[in-house]
Design a protein around this ligand. Structure first.
Ligand code: FAD
Length: 377
């Protein structure tokens, strides 16, 4: 594998670097502040309008038809500039591209990719997280529409979403995995109520709970066939578990860069274990960056990783929690002071990484049964 830029990649990198020098919005770290989430849409459309978002997605939907190594370059340059990571919605694009009809793709992909239409993902329910197939939200056919009743929780970006990628039960009389369907549900309607949830680190704009009470969705907004919901959900979560898809490499690298700058500014002020924590975080973040490069190169060769996405998710979690622990170590007791608690917020958010997109225990179950072939039960 040759990691050097081709002439085309080098030209793209320098154009991007010049743009970032002028257009870095200087937002807070993604996991620590409501301001970051509030200005996500603005950052998304700025990146898109400048030609730096949706790089590997089809041009007919607003992408650029480039090889996915351009996403790696984007992540690297965002991290180097200390800019926010790219918006993380590749898994929804993959879900719609893989399962949606031509009409669904044409209707929804351009707005999703350009950021002009905001989306959330309505899968989890109070008793259906790891056991997603047990979900109870129903979609009942009524003429040319479906009527939705139920309750979703931990729905990221529900406060700003125009559309919900909803998983609901359309057939209660078949085995639970077979009775699910997926929909693009318009969020702005009387049958839907959204309430924000406050995270332990104080963020109120990351996710919410959504109630559907007789909400309506046109049947033409169904994504895939009736009963295809489980397969669609698996496509989405497998991509949600890939760091290359969600762009988190840049998020970790930004924090590591900040920690290094703090320690370098006054090395004598830090104990050896604190300096070591930063060095280890650097090694981990770099390992993930190279792993993502390898994964994306393999993708260009059409290698299907299947359950390998669970290994990626475990790696990503490991890296985020190492970076979070390093941030806390460097901050020391200051982390507990109001107004100086960024490191604590980074650390607390890193704990969520082993839950979101499927818990670490579930990833280990998948690795055990589907990769190692160990017996179940
Ligand atoms: C920051 C964040 C953002 C999120 N965003 C979204 C979103 O946008 N949309 C959405 O739909 N959901 C979202 N989620 C929800 C997430 O997908 C669920 O929290 C996750 O799937 C776990 O489900 P649960 O919380 O119901 O925990 P549970 O499934 O109740 O699990 C509780 C504990 O039991 C363990 N456990 C459960 N089953 C097994 C098993 N078979 N073997 C071993 N251990 C097991 C789990 O690992 C966990 O430790 C988000 C979560 C977080 C933290």
């Amino acid at each position: 594998m040759d990691f050097r830029d081709s002439p085309e990649e080098a030209a793209f990198r320098s154009r991007l670097r010049a743009w970032l020098a002028e257009n870095n919005p200087g937002l807070p770290v993604s996991s620590t502040d409501d301001e970051y989430w509030a200005r996500q849409a603005e950052w998304h459309t700025a990146l898109y309008d400048a030609g730096f978002f949706g790089l590997s997605w089809p041009s007919r939907f607003g992408g650029h038809d480039r090889p996915s190594v351009f996403d790696v370059i984007l992540d690297e340059e965002l991290a180097a500039a200390g800019a926010p990571p790219r918006p993380s919605l590749g898994y929804l694009v993959q879900g719609i591209t893989t399962h949606g009809s031509e009409a669904v793709q044409e209707r929804f992909l351009p707005g999703l990719i350009s950021g002009r239409e905001r989306w959330c993902q309505g899968f989890s329910e109070p008793d259906a997280g790891s056991d997603l197939a047990s979900l109870r939200t129903t979609a009942r056919r009524d003429g040319d529409e479906y009527v939705i009743d139920g309750y979703k929780i931990w729905t990221s970006y529900s406060d700003v979403a125009d559309w919900c990628f909803l998983l609901a039960r359309t057939d209660p009389d078949v085995p639970k995995h077979k009775g699910l369907s997926a929909f693009a549900v318009p969020m702005h309607q009387p049958g839907i109520q959204q309430r924000s949830l406050r995270m332990i680190n104080g963020i109120t704009k990351e996710f919410g709970q959504v109630t559907f009470d007789g909400a309506r969705v046109p049947a033409e907004n169904r994504i895939g066939e009736p009963g295809e919901g489980w397969r669609i959900a698996m496509t989405i979560v497998s991509h949600e578990r890939e760091p290359g898809e969600v762009g988190y490499v840049a998020r970790y690298a930004k924090t590591v860069k900040d920690l290094e700058a703090t320690v370098r500014a006054d090395p004598g002020a830090f104990r050896s274990d604190q300096r070591e924590a930063v060095a280890w975080a650097h090694v981990q973040a770099e390992m993930l960056r190279l792993h993502v490069r390898r994964r994306l190169s393999e993708r260009m060769e059409r290698v299907d990783h299947g359950p390998g996405g669970s290994i990626d998710k475990l790696l990503m979690t490991w890296v985020e929690q190492t970076v979070g622990a390093a941030a806390l170590s460097v901050a020391g007791p200051r982390a507990l002071l109001d107004g100086d608690d960024v490191a604590l917020k980074i650390y607390l958010y890193s704990r969520a990484q082993s839950v979101m997109g499927g818990t670490s225990q579930i990833q280990k179950n998948i690795v055990a049964t589907r990769i190692l072939g160990l017996p179940t039960g």
